[in-house]
Design a protein around this ligand. Structure first.
Ligand code: GLU
Length: 485
């Protein structure tokens, strides 16, 4: 009957990595699949060299924007706080547990300095061996070591690992992984400044916070046996591990903000919807059981299953994200869509046009928000264009046919008494038959002649309706003159 407790444990580095956000999403989905499940936010800020001003705000804002609500965390508290590692460290939690571990035989004080470590590294590397620190301090008795600590000697606390035997752990994605203990490094658990390393803090916190499901990147996979030895030394239950393969930029490179790849904030700024980004990254490495591709966050909860997370890295494909984003945009009601895109339309359109009608035509075409202003530049000013635009094989159109169509369209539109989409439609759609032409041979030239562009959101009828009678006729006159000239 125990409830699922999953956590998102970001380090405040100043931006939200796509890979991190996916981890946050998977952990959230795991918690939400359980009606009593809890999603915990823990800030892992023990690496003081990596602290960035305002970074925690970015974490809160991103989770909020994405709808990944947490049940416990630094901002809202909870029963197993504090939820910030530096605060926990100042409460002495890690030191207390490290000392316990020493007495349980799972760790030891080490008084060696960096030079001692480096000297060994040099020798072993010269021998062509993988470096593993052989710590003479582990042979000190606890009393002896504690006396040196009491005397004020500088120390770190290292994990003690049996030199023989094997350790295994089970991962939901990678299965059982077994390693020889002799290959495991006796890593530092508490640094000389008293801060815990990630390798220690994650175990202590996951246990004390009752975490049942640990979702994280597979860069931690090789350390997991060492974590298990710590759990075992304390006699604690080992959580379910879900190590996720990395999000890749291409076959060989990880997606990395440091190398200029987009973060979540960058994508939002480029006009992608948070929901569409989440939809896409859910599919990066996880495959649904059906062909469904468009998922709201709510729809992902029942569909998601850790069993279908793959082992190989998934390549981040911006083209795919763009197409999913376009579907999300087109699925919106016109009212919601209009509210969302109004600021983007207003960037390009200042004239007295019906912006909601513009939104309706844009909705059919735009895949991202940021491309909208550029699509609409022809409303305020009629751009100069070349007559070559009238030549189009697919439309079976050339300059001569276009001129004939434009003249007929001008006359028909001038006769429209009440200017609205229906009347414009009826006036133009009567022409192909009258002229013995195909629809495209009339509508295509009219669209070019009133927009000056090869591609537009909306067709001739919608654009003419939005431009209004006077402006439509003015542009037709200019275009007819240009074709005649
Ligand atoms: N603080 C670690 C990171 O940001 C989290 C790893 C974990 O989830 O255990 O990579």
């Amino acid at each position: 009957m125990s409830e699922i407790r999953s956590r998102f444990a970001p380090s405040p580095t100043g931006y939200m990595h796509i890979g991190n956000l996916r981890t946050a999403l998977y952990a959230w989905l795991i918690a939400r699949k359980d009606p009593n499940g809890k999603y915990i936010l823990r800030i892992e800020d023990t690496d003081q060299t990596r602290q960035v001003e305002g970074a925690e705000e970015i974490i809160y804002n991103t989770l909020k924007t994405c709808g990944l609500d947490h049940d416990e965390g630094p901002d809202i508290g909870g029963p197993v706080g504090p939820y910030v590692q530096s605060v926990r460290m100042h409460e002495g939690i890690y030191m207390e547990y490290a000392k316990k571990l020493i007495h349980l035989g799972g760790a030891h004080y080490c008084f060696c300095n960096e030079d001692d470590v480096e000297a060994q590294r040099e020798i072993q590397t010269a021998r062509g061996e993988a470096f593993k620190f052989d710590d003479p301090c582990k042979y000190l008795s606890i009393e002896e070591a504690e006396a040196r600590v009491a005397a004020g000697e500088s120390f770190v606390i290292r994990q003690t690992i049996p030199s023989e035997g094997t350790t295994y752990f089970d991962d939901e994605v990678f299965g059982r992984i077994t390693v020889e203990n002799s290959t495991l490094d006796e890593q530092v658990l508490i640094k000389s400044d008293g801060f815990p390393t990630y390798n220690f803090a994650n175990v202590i916190d996951d246990h004390l916070m009752g975490i049942t499901d640990v979702v994280r990147g597979m860069e931690y996979l090789s350390s997991a046996p060492k974590y298990n030895l710590i759990y075992q030394a304390y006699g604690w239950d080992i959580p379910r591990y879900i190590h996720c393969p990395p999000v890749m930029k291409d076959q060989t490179h990880k997606l990395s903000k440091r190398n200029g790849d987009a973060s979540f904030e960058d994508l939002v700024a480029k006009g992608y919807l948070p929901g569409a980004i989440l939809n896409y990254i859910a599919l990066l490495g996880w495959s649904p059981e059906t062909n469904q591709e468009i998922y709201t966050l709510e729809e992902l909860i029942p569909a998601f299953n850790v069993k279908h997370i793959g082992q190989s890295g998934a390549i981040f494909d911006i083209v795919k994200l763009t197409s999913i984003n376009g579907i999300w945009l087109r699925n919106m009601s016109l009212d919601d869509y209009y509210e969302l895109v109004k600021p983007y339309i207003e960037k390009a359109v200042h004239g007295n046009f019906d912006l909601k009608k513009i939104a309706a035509v844009v909705q059919q075409r735009a895949n991202t928000l940021s491309e909208i202003p550029e699509m609409l530049d022809f409303f305020d000013t009629f751009p100069a264009y070349s007559n070559e635009l009238f030549v189009n094989k697919k439309m079976k159109s050339n300059e001569e046919i276009s001129l004939e169509s434009l003249k007929a369209a001008r006359a028909a539109l001038e006769a429209v008494a009440e200017w609205n989409e229906t009347n414009v439609h009826d006036a133009l759609m009567a022409l192909p038959e009258k002229l013995q032409r195909k629809n495209g041979q009339v509508l295509f030239p009219v669209r070019v002649a009133i927009s000056g562009k090869q591609f537009t959101p909306g067709g001739a009828i919608e654009i003419a309706d939005i431009l209004g009678k006077e402006e439509t006729l003015r542009r037709l006159d200019l275009s007819i003159k240009q074709l005649e000239g």
